[in-house]
Design a binder for this molecule. Sequence first.
Ligand code: FAQ
Length: 321
Amino acid sequence: MDYRMENQELLDKFQAYVDAENKVEAKDWMPDGYRKTLIRQIAQHAHSEVVGMLPEGNWITRAPSLRRKAILLAKVQDEAGHGLYLYSAVETMGVTRDQLIDELHTGKAKYSSIFNYPTISWADIGAIGWLVDGAAIVNQVSLQRTSYGPYSRAMIRICKEESFHQRQGYEIMIALAKGTPEQKRMAQDAFNRWWWPSLMMFGPSDANSEHSAQNIRWKIKRHGNDELRQKFVDMTVPQAEYLGLTIPDPDLRWNEERGHYDFGDINWDEFNQVIRGNGPCNKQRLEARKKAHEDGAWVRDAAVAYARKQQEKSRTGEAAA
Ligand code: FAQ
């Protein structure tokens, strides 16, 4: 793009470019607001993947069989990989990973509200895979078409793995729901606790969503928060029925006219408390992340020292040649 153009002209040209479904790449001109909101959203997404390892990681040593342990271990490692793709995507916008991690650790950057709830039984691992990964997929399938190229490409890769995650969670729920009365009770209890927080993952209703309108215009977000939440409800209710579980919402019913399920009011006070750092596990999650970062300092130091040594070697090698 021509940098000599007037600002408004650049903005219009940028808008026309994304309207034509072109992908914006790292070196392209982009409005400051576009860069800023994407850094915020992708960083929040990356942090969510990494903090999201904690509630499930908690059950790796207690998985009920070797098969379950191997599957859960692979899933949690996948989440780490998703974090890395996303940190790499956000670094293309001119911020460093150190900056981003510092913002997470100081509480300046958010991560998904869902990971501030405890995993108190094995059924919670099933519920997370089924509901949390299920909600993440609905959101991320839509983000595969986001206008920023590196984010879109990371999403395509991530979605493939999330589908496997969702299936493994649902398979755990099937085993429990079709198991003994005690196992079925565990499945229902986990469902009761994870249903509403899963709906909150989609963010505030569109009327209260600060960023949605502009970000939909820029095609960063392809759908509003409410539309995606509705899609998730419509998709999940028949799955719960198949399991023989009761949806913990007395207001949930099929609306023939709308062709969608109606559902009850979300407790937005709870959501706001959780995103302000006052959820059941916020402090625990941040402490665990900070400790892991401090404990890993020697690995980062060793990697930097190794890279320097290699650079030195290639420099002296070149000089000798
Ligand atoms: N939690 O104006 P909006 C996963 C904040 S990945 C915390 O609507 P926006 C995989 C929002 O940041 C899960 N904060 O914002 C996995 C903003 O605050 P700010 C993560 C939330 O960005 C599975 C304010 O509220 N996925 O689960 C939440 O347009 C299993 C106003 O909201 C993503 O991050 C929330 N739920 O829409 C891993 C997807 N909702 O920044 C391990 C990408 C809203 O102004 C195990 N992100 N806020 O201070 C998005 O699609 C969007 O950022 C939304 C929010 C839809 C989350």
